[in-house]
Design a protein around this ligand. Sequence first.
Ligand SMILES: Nc1ncnc2c1ncn2[C@@H]1O[C@H](COP(=O)(O)OP(=O)(O)OP(=O)(O)O)[C@@H](O)[C@H]1O
Length: 364
Amino acid sequence: MRDLTETPPRLEVQNLVRRFDGQTVVDDVSLTIPAGQVTCLLGPSGCGKSTTLRMIAGVDMQDRGRILVDGRLICDTVFRIPPERRSIGLMFQDFALFPHLSVAENIAFGLTRGDAAQARRVDALLERVSLSGFGPKYPHELSGGEQQRVALARALAPNPRILLMDEPFSGLDERLRDGIRDDTLALLKEEGTAVLLVTHEPHEAMRMADEIALMRRGRVVQRGAPYNIYNAPVDREAAAFFSDINILRGEVQGALTETAFGEFLAPGVPDGTEVEIVIRPQHLKIDFDRAGRGPNPTPSDGTAARAEVVRARFLGRESLVEFRLDYGGDILKATVPAVFLPKPGTVMWLMIRRDRCFVFPRRG
Ligand SMILES: Nc1ncnc2c1ncn2[C@@H]1O[C@H](COP(=O)(O)OP(=O)(O)OP(=O)(O)O)[C@@H](O)[C@H]1O
């Protein structure tokens, strides 16, 4: 129960369910977004992100659940405020600018027509998205990035309480995207709008979000700040969504599991349970062989394991080196933020940053 003196969240989604042809595509999704916060709904293609957004926008209707804006019910399964009265702005991947309207007319589209305040708002937004003087132009005269900025200005013009964005950067040139993401975020923060942004790109969510809601097969499996989602994933799949991962397998005996890197703690896991230890490639440490010996064990990195280089590639920002462990023969990938290209067959020693690996009971 919420304290009645507390300000309600700008957007609250409670237990949304949507089924198509007997298939549940959105399965008990709940979200809360305060004013001024950007939440990214992140997940693979087909997991139900856009369907969730469409229900909040009011262009699709849920089979179960409620949607509230500033504590006021806007939609449940019997009551429904129409989309245009929800004070929710929309911005989609294709920008959907009206081709027969000028830039200024596009931005003014959702505003009360014809007053001086409207003209001022359009001018201010054009200036804010660095398109002063573009008002009389038409969408086909603009680049993709410029169209994106007009679409953003149009969505924000009526001061919506909430802005829903569905893959808003995916139509843009990859090299421009990060700059446009940063500019967009700065504007959203200035306006103080609550934003729900749908994306399948972890990089985009990490860059834009105050909070990430990680979605999989219709369900939100984890919510939290980008740092927490990345560094404390709920399961192996959640870890793998953000980067390549390495997996070591073991069986628990006495709350410990034995690996090539020594023993790992598995507190509370019953004896005989198979576990997976997940490590991101940047959290493997590489050391040289010293006449058949590796570095000494440390409390933070455990025991070193002997391995041979299988392959090394330079990727621009980092080198990716694949190793085969002597013990068990597993292949592990390590990244090094430098040019590091040891020859195949080179013997090296690997250590694992214990504070950066996750132990999960093995599934299926
Ligand atoms: N109107 C519809 N009728 C039937 N099935 C639908 C309908 N809309 C969506 N679906 C199905 O629901 C599932 C979720 O679709 P949704 O578009 O929400 O996924 P998404 O996570 O946004 O994926 P993407 O990133 O590819 O857009 C998909 O399997 C899709 O085929």
